[in-house]
Design a binder for this molecule. Structure first.
Ligand code: ADE
Ligand code: ZN
Length: 341
């Protein structure tokens, strides 16, 4: 690879991932392997047939396939293998820190115990730290298409594993399920000392971003693309230095944008918003971290300075301690200085 190329720069720069659904890293090959050992069938005949089904017109079409893929995850080892495979991928991409979502209700609805899900994920994250040097945080994500009651049950189950979980998030079908639906759940989560984040402004309107800020008191907005439609909201997000975890290939595959050259990331940076680049559900959207950086950098003609800014933002917006953040940002700056020309 040409050492002056943007590919080389993106590959090598240290970075953090802040928006990643572990169930969205389920590669078709591993899905078939786990289905076989659990003696379950997948409704597609082959890996190629399954991959061919990954064409989505909107978020809901994706979610339907994503939830049916997760149906073959049963044992603690399944969750370990899923998480370990993801960690190996990002290790090869110079991702030094990751904060990942898991959706316990996707599994509890199939009678897979919360303890199995979180133990498998946690064990892999511990191995990731010891063997790969990747630090991590875990975010329990509430499925917003389900009831408040179901959300409270998931939160209750989490309490036993509190030391393994940093934050509570909100995902799944956005339209018609505003953050206000979960105001009381998130108040309880904060009372239990969890940080909070929420998907907002992916398909939903800017009002949902306001609700996430004011009612759920989030530390980050996941996606947040549609914030740009409300100039007052942009001012507020900049004033609060509120990070947005942006997912370029996801936006393209789910038709949140029609073309990567229309992606709002450059406009976000120009306005002083704390945007980061992330992969969301890489097994479904055609790329992990570096593919996301590369796709958006090429389409928007981002400079090495802007890419370094995105990588710095990823550590600043993370839930690492202040000292660790500073060390990581310095690492990015050193890489930038050594490779900027
Ligand atoms: N669950 C997994 N990926 C998601 C996304 N992009 N938006 C909402 N919920 C999700
Ligand atoms: Zn997401």
């Amino acid at each position: 690879m040409d050492q002056n190329s943007i590919e080389y720069f993106i590959t090598g720069i240290p970075k953090a991932e802040l928006h990643l659904h572990i169930e969205g890293t389920f590669e078709p090959e591993l899905m078939f392997e786990i289905a076989n050992r659990n003696k379950l069938t997948i409704k597609y005949q082959s890996v190629d047939e399954l991959k061919a089904a990954y064409q989505f017109n909107n978020l809901q079409e994706f979610l339907d396939i994503y939830y049916s893929g997760a149906d073959v995850l049963i044992e603690e080892q399944d969750f370990y293998d899923l998480t370990w495979a993801y960690l190996l991928k990002i290790h090869a991409q110079n991702v030094l820190h990751t904060e990942l979502f898991f959706d316990p209700q996707t599994h509890s609805s199939r009678d897979v115990a919360f303890s199995k899900v979180i133990s498998g994920i946690h064990r892999a994250l511990e191995d990731g730290r010891e063997k790969l040097g990747i630090s991590s945080r875990l975010i329990l994500s509430i499925l917003r298409h389900l009831s408040e009651k179901s959300a409270f049950e998931a939160l209750q189950e989490a309490l036993e594993f509190k030391e393994w979980i940093t934050a509570v998030g909100l995902d799944s079908s956005e339209k018609g399920h505003p953050p206000s639906k979960f105001e009381r759940v998130f108040a309880q989560a904060r009372k239990e000392d969890f940080l909070t984040v929420a998907h907002a402004g992916e398909e939903g309107p800017p009002e949902y971003v306001w609700e996430a800020l004011n009612l759920l008191q989030v530390s980050r907005i996941d996606h947040g693309n549609r914030s740009l439609e409300d100039p007052g909201l942009v001012v507020e997000l900049v004033k609060r230095r509120m990070p947005l975890t942006v997912c370029p290939l996801s936006n393209l595959k789910l038709k949140v944008i029609q073309d990567m050259t229309n992606h709002p990331l450059a406009r976000m940076l120009e306005k002083g918003m704390i945007a980061t680049v992330n992969s969301d559900d890489p097994a479904y959207f055609g790329g992990y971290m570096n593919e996301n950086y590369l796709a958006v950098a090429k389409a928007l003609n981002l400079s090495k300075e802007q890419i370094a800014q995105l990588a710095k933002n990823s550590f600043e917006a993370s839930f690492l301690g202040e000292k660790e953040k500073q060390e990581m940002v310095e690492k990015v700056e050193r890489f930038y200085q050594e490779h900027k020309n």
